[in-house]
Ligand binder design. Structure first.
Ligand SMILES: C[S@@+](CC[C@H](N)C(=O)[O-])C[C@H]1O[C@@H](n2cnc3c(N)ncnc32)[C@H](O)[C@@H]1O
Length: 270
């Protein structure tokens, strides 16, 4: 007789993310720090890849160190690396690569390998990519400094290393570029915000200047599609509405773009 015992359902990506304490899920990692609910979008893309022997690259690991203060490495995520641990559990056969400006070698082992590099420095990124045996990745996620010039430099260097037809994600798109009047460590006035740059690509198929993408003319036609998503966080903590209004202040002339937080960029098949 065939075995009638129902298989135990595996935890969802959101459940795993919430357990490790990354802010990509639906549970706030720390009091006053909102959860982004990106895992709802990620799971829609990742579920068909779950058991495949894929390779993942994430930039920005949430590890404490001297180069960047990381407040979220606390509690159940005390030594950082919550998102790499999430990918490791969700994808049982994947090889997982991480890059951070702070050292993260305590996460190395098994299917995880980490490297130290500054994502705002193309040469530093290339030197790391040269040490990774994969020629192409199935998933790339940028959750690093969130500075627009860094996001754009990283896109220029890493997007060509994405497998054809695969997806590249940029988290936390802010109104933090030229003309946005944003200040602080996540802002840069020398380039347009990445949100604005990608909106421009959606409208014209090209990247408006100023930006920090090397070889933009070669990169633009490699892109098949860009989606800008606003996943809603559940039960935002107190004070979050005022904070998000400041962070996502409209950047003229794109007044309708408030709240786009996650970019999903698909590479052409050929
Ligand atoms: C928001 S945390 C990443 C959180 C992590 N992905 C998670 O979900 O658990 C951002 C990380 O980006 C790193 N970072 C900041 N600036 C960077 C840079 N220029 N290059 C590479 N990593 C950087 C920080 O050290 C920090 O660990």
């Amino acid at each position: 007789m065939p075995d009638q015992t129902p298989a135990t359902p595996r935890p969802s990506l959101t459940e795993i993310a919430n357990r490790y304490g990354t802010d990509k899920g639906t549970v706030s990692p720390l009091p006053g720090w909102p959860a982004h609910n990106y895992t709802a979008v990620y799971e829609a893309h990742f579920e068909p890849l779950r058991d495949r022997p894929i390779s993942i690259l994430e930039i920005g690991l949430g590890v404490p160190g001297d180069h960047w203060e990381v407040r979220m490495a606390k509690g159940r995520n005390e030594r950082g690396g919550a998102s790499l641990r999430t990918w490791e559990e969700y994808f049982p056969s994947a090889r997982i690569y991480g890059i951070d400006i702070n050292p993260a070698s305590h996460l190395d082992g098994g299917r995880i390998a980490t490297f130290q590099a500054n994502q705002g420095d193309a040469a530093s990124l290339r030197a790391v990519l040269d040490r990774i045996p994969e020629t192409h990745f199935d998933i790339i996620i940028d959750d690093g400094s969130h500075r627009p010039d860094h996001q754009q430099t990283t896109l220029g260097v890493c997007f060509p290393r994405l497998r054809p037809g695969a997806h590249y994600f940029i988290e936390d798109l802010l109104a933090n570029g030229k003309g946005d009047r944003a200040t602080g460590r996540m802002a840069c006035d020398a380039v347009l915000s990445t949100r604005r740059l990608l909106r421009g690509w959606i409208e014209t198929g090209e990247f408006e200047t100023p930006h920090a993408i090397e070889n933009a003319e070669e990169l633009a036609p490699m892109i098949a599609e860009v989606a800008l998503c606003v996943p809603k966080a559940r039960r935002p903590p107190r004070g979050w509405r005022a904070r998000i209004r400041r962070m996502f202040r409209d950047s003229p002339p794109q007044r309708a773009s408030r709240g786009e937080q996650l970019a999903v960029i698909r590479k052409r098949e050929t």
